[in-house]
Design a protein. Structure first.
Length: 116
């Protein structure tokens, strides 16, 4: 770890990568892992000497939730595609169950099965 920079708060040697990632726009870190908790660094404590890492105050109009935009939008059906509505399906005659021509039973077999 090349120690080319120092923490502006406590003077501990820090890497240039740490200063670039956690520091201000001039790559000066105003806090480091030796003098500040990790959570405070993640919240921006090393950006400026006045920042202590506490989360910013709610800013109306800026921190408001944004409406969700759907990402999975299918194109409208073209004129040559058949559009099927649920009500149309409810009124159609549907076969009840599946038909398997290889299977058959007699009434006596069924009565024996029910009797068990």
């Amino acid at each position: 770890m090349p120690a080319n920079e120092t923490c502006q708060s406590c003077g501990t040697a820090i890497s240039t990568a740490f200063a670039r990632v956690f520091g201000d726009n001039n790559d000066d870190a105003h806090a480091c892992l030796s003098c500040t908790p990790t959570a405070a660094l993640k919240a921006g404590a090393a950006v400026a000497p006045t920042r202590d890492g506490t989360p910013l105050v709610y800013r109306p109009g800026y921190d408001d939730p944004q409406p969700a935009t759907p990402t999975d939008t299918s194109p409208p059906p073209s004129a040559d595609e058949e559009v099927v509505h649920l009500e149309d399906l409810r009124h159609r005659d549907h076969p009840r169950g599946t038909r398997d021509d290889s299977f058959s039973h007699t009434d006596s077999e069924f009565e024996a099965l029910v009797a068990e």
